[in-house]
Design a protein around this ligand. Structure first.
Ligand code: SF4
Length: 285
């Protein structure tokens, strides 16, 4: 949380509150829960309290907005790294209303609202509310089942300037091609982010999965951003730094094999098919 985020795809992160409930396999090793626990905060689960913040915290994006206006550049804000903006609880209604007002007051910032509860978004918004153009609405998709379940809800929204997917942690191969064609409202997926899982219990990602996503995006001319390999990297890509003791796992039961090594997120890096993928959608605000 705060200024100068280290996440490559955003400039700032802002949390309207902390705390959440796990909803799908992508949440199994939720880093936000681990981080909160490390700080002694028990904020995960349906019956635990959420953590709310002071007025000073809420003023930070106003400053980022001023800075962006002064520098004549748009800056992206990832909201929320320690919560899900569309969790359904009565005690979150007021903070969510405050967040929507803040988004209105910061037209030089693009707000990335990423959720695993995309089916609840309409219900959680005030009646008649349309997202302003400085909202990029996103859904997390970790496998084909969540893609099929969630993307149709994302594409219901015409007002955000970008509809995006975060395929992280990517847990299986996913075919996104059907969602790159405009639906009956003229909406399609405008941007795809992909990445593997990081942290001690991470599940390995078959390198073929992000490669396939990149190719699907290229064919449909949809910008693609590869965020990270995560904890496991393809052995052939990191062979020169492997130690004898590095755990190696061989994936695939179909006769073909791919070896991935538990090397840690920073060493694994983010080179995919020989390059960094840092594509972003073009927007007009
Ligand atoms: S929705 Fe996000 S914040 Fe909530 S438990 Fe899942 S991964 Fe964690």
């Amino acid at each position: 949380m705060g200024k100068d985020s280290r996440i490559e795809w955003t400039h700032h992160t802002f949390n309207p509150w902390w705390g959440c409930v796990k909803v799908s396999a992508a949440c199994d090793h939720c880093y936000a829960e681990t981080w909160a626990k490390r700080l002694g905060e028990g904020l995960w689960g349906p019956h635990t309290p959420r953590r709310f913040f002071s007025d000073a915290h809420w003023k930070e994006p106003l400053k980022w907005n001023k800075d962006a206006a002064r520098d004549k550049v748009r800056r992206r804000v990832f909201c929320a790294s320690m919560a899900d903006v569309f969790e359904n609880r009565p005690d979150l209604v007021e903070a969510r209303r405050r967040l929507l007002n803040l988004i209105d007051q910061t037209p030089n910032l693009d707000w990335l609202l990423l959720t695993k509860r995309i089916h609840l978004v309409r219900k959680q918004l005030p009646k008649g509310y349309d997202f302003p153009k400085n909202v990029w609405l996103g859904a997390t998709v970790e496998d084909q089942a969540t893609a099929n379940k969630r993307i149709k809800h994302l594409l219901e929204f015409s007002s955000p300037s970008v509809r995006f997917l975060s395929c992280e942690p990517l847990l299986s191969a996913v075919d996104l091609a059907p969602y790159f064609s405009p639906n009956e409202k003229g909406n399609r997926v405008d941007w795809v982010i992909a990445g593997g899982e990081s942290g001690p219990h991470s599940r390995p990602m078959d390198p073929a999965w992000p490669v396939a996503l990149q190719r699907q995006c290229a064919r449909a001319k949809v910008p693609f951003h590869f965020k990270q390999w995560g904890h496991w990297a393809p052995v052939d890509q990191v062979a020169d730094i492997l130690k004898k003791s590095t755990p190696i796992r061989v994936l695939r039961q179909d006769g073909s094999e791919v070896s991935v090594a538990a090397i840690g997120k920073s060493k694994a890096g983010r080179v995919l098919a020989g390059k960094h993928w840092d594509q972003f959608p073009r927007t007009v605000v």
